[in-house]
Design a protein around this ligand. Structure first.
Ligand SMILES: [Zn+2]
Length: 263
């Protein structure tokens, strides 16, 4: 009777842990997408800022070209005045003005070259960012489509599991089911575990001998006092450890050692 309940609970455990896993995955989906969306938003923002830098650089180049033009016109004007001067003093003053205008023109030319290099750098990095944005957009679209079809599959799987769950639940105690569901949700999928060598295999705590005896009888549904998992006694496994010490797994050996130690 209780043995049947244990079997049902083991089946239910598989169904529930599968169900919770899928529910978690469905819950995670929007987060995966939003990370990609955020990245795309950042890229676009940076692109716009850089585009503004390009406009600024273009504006500065335009202004420098205007200043260069002014300086050259000024110099030409002074050079024309050279034809009509009469004194050495006038000549020296004008010559100084021509030199100054020439120097200013040279400085503007240098500034223009520097600004044009700057503009080229910005244009190059804008091209790179544009490419990245396009790639990200494609990736996001692909990811969205993939997730859509995966979501459909997951929802279908979830429905299947819920159907199986509703088939197995009738006849089981409601309060036990309620506790059982909570344990599976909180304890990464395991709600019913065997007692081996007086140890709860869920939390690896040593259980009182009297309590183990009650579990062994298998008349009631008992919860581990430490981790709240439902316990059942697994005789064959238990004997196997004692009878076949050489071929036990490491976990079995550890459990057996613990018992010897505690005894
Ligand atoms: Zn336990």
């Amino acid at each position: 009777m209780v043995r049947d309940v244990f079997e049902k609970l083991k089946t239910l455990q598989d169904i529930l842990s599968g169900k919770y896993e899928i529910e978690r995955e469905i819950h995670e989906i929007p987060r995966a997408l939003s990370t990609k969306k955020e990245m795309l938003t950042r890229l676009k923002k940076s692109y716009l800022e850089k585009n503004q830098l390009l406009e600024d650089a273009k504006g500065r180049i335009k202004h420098l070209k205007f200043l260069l033009d002014e300086a050259e016109k000024q110099r030409e004007g002074y050079e024309k005045q050279m034809d009509i001067i009469n004194t050495q003093r006038e000549y020296e003053a004008l010559d100084k003005e021509i030199k100054t205008a020439t120097e200013r023109g040279q400085q503007f030319r240098k500034d223009i070259i520097w600004e044009e290099k700057e503009r080229e750098t910005i244009v190059f990095s804008l091209e790179q960012e544009e490419k990245m944005i396009r790639e990200q957009e494609i990736e996001l679209e692909e990811e969205t489509n993939k997730i859509k079809s995966e979501s459909v599959q997951k929802e279908e799987l979830l429905k299947e599991l819920e159907k199986k769950e509703s088939e197995i639940i009738p006849g089981l105690d409601k309060e036990i089911i309620f506790k059982f569901e909570r344990i599976i949700k909180n304890k990464s999928g395991l709600g019913i575990v065997p007692v081996k060598n007086s140890v709860c295999t869920g939390c690896h705590m040593m259980l009182p001998a009297q309590f183990v005896n009650t579990v062994r009888k298998g008349e009631d549904i008992l919860f581990c006092p430490y981790c709240s998992r439902i316990l059942y006694f697994e005789e064959e496994m238990d004997e196997a450890v004692y009878n076949d010490e050489d071929s036990g797994s490491l976990a079995d050996l550890v459990s057996a050692d613990e018992i010897n130690f505690d005894d």
